[in-house]
Design a protein around this ligand. Structure first.
Ligand code: ADP
Ligand code: MG
Length: 337
């Protein structure tokens, strides 16, 4: 008899979890992205001990009926992709169908969800379904992930302090609030509200909630476009800078991504107006045909390959440069603070 065996699904989920679920913020990310994909207009995130104790995400999206809710924990279970062509025109944040299976395999998870008709309340431990019963709920989903990594002690040990773990989640939730001004986002840690946006679509309100009203007032709107891409966003006056490049937030078709070449284009647009080793606060939205933007680069989906990149870089640099030139011509009162 041969030695090769196909591992059971439970074990392969636990291995995949190593890739998808690194820390509490990765759980928040997956749950919040599911809430967005479900069309929610309100997403509330409650953390206890930075999520080391528990992470709860409540949304008012499409929800699931009992059958789908049970299916959603199987590996590669997804409602977002059916055929190969779909992979090249992805509009949703999720598509791998791995997150719920992975998260459930390394935590104690409670799910209450309903599509408005049927609903379910279920409880899982380490990927094993312990209880489930039909429930009548209003449309939406409420997931609580408790005792993350309780059955993977090596992972648990690798986690950093509460402050560090919380910092990762705050960064992520800030990006979501910036990326989706039409969703009311609330983040509560140990009973304290850290961020709350109103979901009315005013980016300025979100900027004020995150960077403070004082800084938000010093961020100016811009927009531009070429044959393939449309861009818009806000860029800070050169007097408002940070010591890190992390305050330049980029969204491609709604997805937050890291893109060093685009960051460089933004910095170049400011030319010599930035102090040495200081960087602007910028919010940049890029919209283009999903066929031009390949997000299937890495499971964390933080990278994107862009077709016609040189043209896009030029568009970004030119648009922000003319904005900066324009404001520089108007003398600023206290330029050097
Ligand atoms: P993916 O997001 O890649 O499809 P997930 O494992 O994150 O994979 O979720 C599996 C499926 O469960 C989703 O495709 C979706 O149909 C359903 N689902 C998950 N979370 C929610 C939610 N908050 N509201 C509605 N449906 C959800
Ligand atoms: Mg998902």
């Amino acid at each position: 008899m041969g030695k090769i065996q196909i591992m059971d699904e439970w074990l392969s989920n636990k291995i995949a979890a190593g890739e998808v679920v690194e820390r509490p913020s990765s759980v928040v990310k997956e749950l919040v992205e599911n809430a967005i994909d479900a069309g929610s207009t309100s997403i509330e995130i409650f953390l206890k001990e930075a999520g080391l104790h528990s992470i709860q995400v409540i949304d008012n999206g499409s929800g699931m009926d009992e059958e789908d809710a049970l299916k959603s924990f199987s590996r590669h279970a997804t409602s977002k992709i059916e055929k190969e062509q779909d992979l090249f025109r992805i509009r949703t944040l999720g598509f791998r169908g791995e997150a719920l299976a992975s998260i459930a395999s390394v935590s104690k998870l409670t799910l209450r969800t309903s599509d408005g008709n049927g609903g379910v309340h279920l409880y899982m431990e380490g990927g094993h379904l312990k209880e489930h019963q039909p429930t009548a709920l209003r449309r939406g989903t409420d997931i609580t992930v408790a005792q993350l990594f309780f059955n993977t002690p090596a992972r648990l040990k690798y986690l950093k302090t509460i402050q560090t773990e919380l910092g990762h989640t705050i960064d992520f939730v800030n990006r979501i609030a910036l990326g989706y001004p039409t969703i009311a986002v609330k983040l509560v840690h140990n009973g304290q509200t850290l961020l709350q946006t109103n979901g009315r679509g005013q980016v300025q309100q979100v900027l004020a909630a995150i960077y403070g009203a004082h800084n938000a007032k010093k961020m100016l709107p811009f927009e531009g476009g070429n044959q393939d891409y449309k861009i818009h966003g806000f860029a800070s006056l050169p007097e408002v800078t940070r010591a890190s490049k992390n305050y330049m937030s980029l969204f491609v078709n709604g997805r937050w991504v890291k893109h060093f070449v685009i960051q460089k284009a933004i910095i170049d647009a400011y030319h010599t107006y930035l102090p040495i080793e200081r960087f602007p606060i910028v919010l940049l939205y890029v919209e283009g045909d999903p066929q031009l933007t390949d997000v299937n680069v890495h499971p964390a989906k933080h990278q994107v390959r862009l077709s016609k990149e040189p043209e896009l870089l030029k568009l970004i640099e030119d648009t922000i440069r003319s904005l900066i030139r324009e404001v520089i011509r108007i003398p600023l009162a206290e330029k050097n603070e």
